[in-house]
Design a protein around this ligand. Structure first.
Ligand code: F6P
Length: 535
């Protein structure tokens, strides 16, 4: 556990932090010093108020909590998910055969590769038409899953759209019948493959949607189960559903739901882009693992991204962070990161059962640029709260014929981080108003609305092009960032008890809503709402 004195030291450093501008004025080499790269990927964190001494403090704090030892324990397969007694080995899903985690048996590691080979064979058979539905070649795939069984593949399928050459891929997650109804309305059951993606195979949303999809497939297909595949840790439950073992792709409980897209949960992605592109995605993730495992903290992208996060949240008290990809195909990345980061680090109890002495992980939100600029950037630039921004942008787009669009996209991305840092003084605003012909009190009044405080922190991640390998790097970067932030806080990033209470109460409310049970004992508000909704 981090000593309280260390957190106090961080708070003191944050309280006396210099402005970003003064840090640049004092050091011509700041951009180089406060940036790091992995291959072609560059992470610039110079537009923050981190000084050499505050960064040094954060690096010392990482050493104090034995980040290196904990990192080694995770990669080795030690049961670091202590509240569930499990290892955390999603990294094994993307590791080549030569990189077996020390504590994982050869048989279990072998199983990972066998399953991947089975997935590839199945994906190939669907893609080339040797696996057929009752109506012939599979034209559409519906992935039914929620949370980690939806957000990762849905985000990645969209991100890698230029690589699609497989069946069309659709995602259904919500218990709201509107979700599945709209997908079913557009498809032919006789040429649709349904993937039921659920680690536990008990999640009410997924099982309800799977049952609805089964009935829908049955309207046109004599043996509906033949057009189903399952991705789960529970073979017992998948076979009870009626899905043949050859189309069940299993994984172990050492893969957390929100970390699972690298294995069977990624089947929809593999079907869309093909096994080779999926392999490149895994390779990018694995290379980031190696970078994280082997690089000095001071040059280590996940460590630095995490330390910047700790600085802004626990140090400076900025409770949210915005993820702003200037890459339209990453439009689901913020939603994906919301689960990854907030389900992992949104906790107030440390691993040892004590209460956290500092804030838990931040609220993560965002939208792609440039759309966000015309929506919420007003608050980011002139609101009373500071929102650290994480920009990301590719050097090159996928549309060479539209290179002028990409140039504008990049210019906008850079302009936003510059504007946040530089701002506009009252004198500058006055000069602008004077040039427009205003004077006196009206000039003064108008000028004040045009002041930008500046000194607002941001980081920028740049990469060559949003290819499968690069997407793998980005996702693994964020996964390890979550790990590092969790270690700094002393929490278990790999359980999610906070989602359970609501599930239990929903189960208890269903019979009350149906009029089968009395609402006695419920609070006044819930009783009133039940009364309205029951009609
Ligand atoms: O409710 C939270 C959660 O357990 C997530 O952690 C998980 O990703 C999601 O539900 C779906 O779970 P499953 O894959 O078991 O259906």
């Amino acid at each position: 556990m981090m000593e309280k004195a260390r957190w106090d030291e961080l708070a003191r450093a944050a309280a006396t932090r210099p402005s970003i501008a003064s840090l640049f004025d004092a050091d011509n080499d700041r951009a180089t010093k406060f940036s790091a790269s992995m291959g072609d990927m560059l992470f610039d964190y110079s537009k923050t108020q981190l000084s050499e001494s505050s960064l040094g403090l954060l690096l010392d704090m990482a050493r104090d909590v034995d980040l290196a030892g904990k990192r080694a324990a995770m990669f080795a397969g030690a049961p670091i998910n202590e509240t569930e007694g499990r290892a955390v080995l999603h990294t094994a899903l993307r590791a080549p055969e030569s990189a077996k985690p020390v504590q994982l048996s050869a048989a279990e590691f072998g199983e990972v590769h066998k399953t991947r080979a089975r997935m590839a064979a199945f994906a190939t058979s669907v893609r080339n038409g040797s696996f057929v539905g009752q109506g012939g070649k599979i034209t559409d795939v519906i992935n039914i899953g929620i949370g980690g069984s939806d957000l990762g593949p849905a985000m990645a399928v969209l991100a890698l759209a230029p690589y699609h050459d497989g069946p069309r891929t659709h995602f259904v997650s919500n218990i709201d019948g509107a979700d599945i109804a709209e997908v079913m309305a557009a498809l032919d059951p006789a040429t649709t493959l349904v993937i039921v993606a659920s680690k536990t195979f008990t999640t009410i949303e997924t099982m309800t949607n799977a049952a609805t999809a089964f009935e829908w497939i049955k309207t046109k297909v004599a043996n509906p189960a033949a057009q189903f595949a399952a991705l789960s840790t529970s073979e017992e439950k998948t076979s009870a559903f009626g899905i043949a073992a050859e189309r069940v792709f299993g994984f172990e409980d050492w893969v957390g739901g929100r970390y699972s897209m690298w294995g069977p949960i990624g089947l929809s992605l593999m079907l869309a882009v093909g096994p080779e592109n999926f392999d490149a995605f895994l390779q990018g993730g694995h290379e980031m693992d190696r970078h994280f495992a082997e690089t000095d903290f001071s040059e280590n992208l996940p460590v630095l991204l995490a330390l910047v996060g700790v600085w802004h949240n626990q140090g400076c008290g900025h409770a949210t962070r915005a993820v702003l990809p200037y890459d339209n195909r990453l439009s689901r990345l913020p939603a994906y990161l919301q689960q990854l980061e907030m389900e992992s680090n949104g906790k107030s109890v440390a691993m040892d059962g004590s209460s956290l002495e500092v804030a838990s992980g931040p609220v993560v939100w965002g939208e792609p640029g440039t759309n966000g600029q015309h929506a919420f950037y007003q608050l980011i630039h002139q609101g009373t709260r500071v929102v650290p921004c994480e920009f990301m942008v590719a050097k090159e787009g996928h549309e060479p014929e539209l290179a002028h669009h990409h140039a504008l996209l990049v210019a906008n991305c850079l302009a936003q981080s510059e504007a946040l840092m530089v701002g506009r003084s009252l004198d500058e605003a006055r000069a602008i108003m004077a040039a427009k012909g205003l004077e006196g009190s009206e000039l003064e009044r108008q000028a004040r609305h045009r002041v930008f405080s500046g000194n607002r922190p941001s980081t920028t991640l740049v990469y060559p092009k949003l290819a499968p390998y690069v997407l793998g790097q980005i996702i693994a970067l964020y996964e390890h960032r979550v790990f590092v932030e969790g270690v700094m806080l002393g929490i278990n990033s790999y359980d999610q008890w906070g989602v359970e209470l609501g599930k239990e109460l929903a189960t208890a409310l269903s019979p009350i809503l149906a009029g089968e049970q009395s609402d006695a004992g419920k609070d006044g508000s819930t009783r009133m709402l039940l009364g309205y909704l029951r009609g």
